[in-house]
Design a protein around this ligand. Structure first.
Ligand SMILES: Nc1nc2c(ncn2[C@@H]2O[C@H](COP(=O)(O)OP(=O)(O)O)[C@@H](O)[C@H]2O)c(=O)[nH]1
Ligand SMILES: [Mg+2]
Length: 281
C-alpha cells in the first residue's frame, strides 16, 4: 500500500499535481486529520480501450484520494485493449508507486476484470470507478466513509434517486429504468440503481460473496448488490451528480438482451418462488 511519500513526478502530462496544489493538499491534510489514515483504500479502474481517458482518471483519482487517506493504491484493470491503453497503463505503473497495472491480452469483460483486481488488491476498503469519471469525484469521500466509518458493508452511487442529477441519452435512460424496475421486482432489491460505476465494499463482506458471482461482464454489479442484500449486508445507496462519458462500451442490443436473461438466471437461483416451482416439477 503506497503513501503520499511515494508520489512520483511525470514529465509528459498536463494532469500532474503542480507544487502549489500539492502544498494546498498538505495543508488540507494537516487541518483535517480525522479524515486521514482512516484505513487503506484500493481503487480499481476497469479499462477497455480507454487511451483517451486513463491518464486523467488515474491522476484525478490520486488527487482526490490524497485528501481522504494516505494509504491507497490505484489498480488499472485493463484487458483486450487495442488502442494503446495497455502501454499508457504500464507507463503509469512504472512512474507512480501507487499505480498498479493488471493486463490480459484478451478482453475479459468488466466483471471478471473487477473480480480479478479485487483479489489482487490489498486495501481494507475496495472501490471501483468507471474510467470516464461520469460520477462527480466529490462523492468519493462519501463513498469511502460509508464503508470505513458509517457501518455499511457496501455503498453505491445512484442516478435514479429523487435527488440524483444524471443526464444520459434517452435510449439509455429508458433501458436503465426498465432494467432497474425488473431487478427490484424479480430479485427483490431495495435499490434504485444497480449499475452505477461508482461503488465501495468492505473487504471481508465482498470476499464472502465474490466467488458466488457468476456473471463476468455488466451484470456483475447487479449480482453483487442482490446477493449482498440477500445475505443481510448493509447497503448504502446515495444520489450523485452523473454525466454520460461521451462514448460507451455497452452494446445496446446484445448487452441489454444479456442483462435481461441474467435477471432470470439469478431469479432461478435466489428466489424462494422459483425454488418452490422447481420442487413441484
Ligand atoms: N477491464 C475491462 N473493462 C471494461 C470492459 N468493458 C468495459 N469496461 C470498462 O467499464 C467501464 C464502463 O464502461 P462504459 O462504456 O463507460 O459504460 P457506460 O457508462 O455504462 O456506458 C469503463 O471504465 C470501461 O473501460 C472489459 O471487457 N474489461
Ligand atoms: Mg461510462
Amino acid at each position: 500500500m503506497m503513501s503520499l511519500w511515494f508520489w512520483g513526478t511525470s514529465n509528459s502530462d498536463s494532469y500532474k499535481i503542480p507544487f502549489i496544489q500539492l502544498r494546498n493538499l498538505l495543508q488540507y491534510r494537516n487541518e483535517n486529520k480525522e479524515v486521514l489514515s482512516i484505513t487503506s483504500v484500493s481503487v480499481v479502474l476497469p479499462a477497455y480501450n480507454e487511451a483517451a481517458n486513463i491518464e486523467k482518471a488515474v491522476f484525478v483519482t490520486a488527487e482526490t484520494l490524497l485528501k481522504i487517506t494516505d494509504r491507497f493504491e490505484i489498480i488499472i484493470a485493463e484487458d483486450g485493449s487495442t488502442d494503446g491503453t495497455d502501454r499508457i497503463a504500464s507507463n503509469l505503473a512504472r512512474q507512480y508507486a501507487y499505480a498498479v497495472h493488471l493486463h490480459s491480452d484478451k478482453r475479459q469483460g468488466r466483471g471478471k476484470a473487477l473480480s480479478r483486481a479485487f483479489k489482487a488488491a490489498s486495501g481494507e476498503i475496495l472501490c471501483y470507478i468507471d474510467v470516464d469519471l461520469a460520477t462527480d469525484m466529490k462523492y468519493l469521500e462519501k463513498l469511502i466513509t460509508a464503508v470505513s466509518l458509517d457501518g455499511y458493508d457496501f455503498a453505491t452511487g445512484s442516478r435514479m434517486m429523487h435527488e440524483s442529477d444524471a443526464k444520459r441519452p434517452f435510449k439509455r435512460e429508458f433501458a436503465s429504468r426498465g432494467y432497474n424496475f425488473l431487478v427490484r421486482l424479480f430479485l427483490r432489491s431495495k435499490l434504485y440503481d444497480h449499475q452505477c460505476g461508482f461503488k465501495a465494499f468492505r473487504r471481508k463482506a465482498l470476499f464472502e460473496l465474490l466467488d458466488e458471482i457468476e456473471n463476468e461482464h455488466w451484470f456483475w454489479d447487479t449480482e453483487v448488490l442482490v446477493r449482498a442484500q440477500q445475505k443481510g449486508y448493509r447497503v448504502m445507496e446515495f444520489p450523485v451528480y452523473w454525466r454520460h462519458g461521451g462514448s460507451s462500451k455497452v452494446d445496446m442490443v446484445k448487452d441489454v438482451k444479456g442483462m435481461g436473461s441474467e435477471i432470470f438466471r439469478l431469479w432461478r437461483e435466489v428466489s424462494p418462488l422459483s425454488l418452490f416451482l422447481e420442487k413441484e416439477k
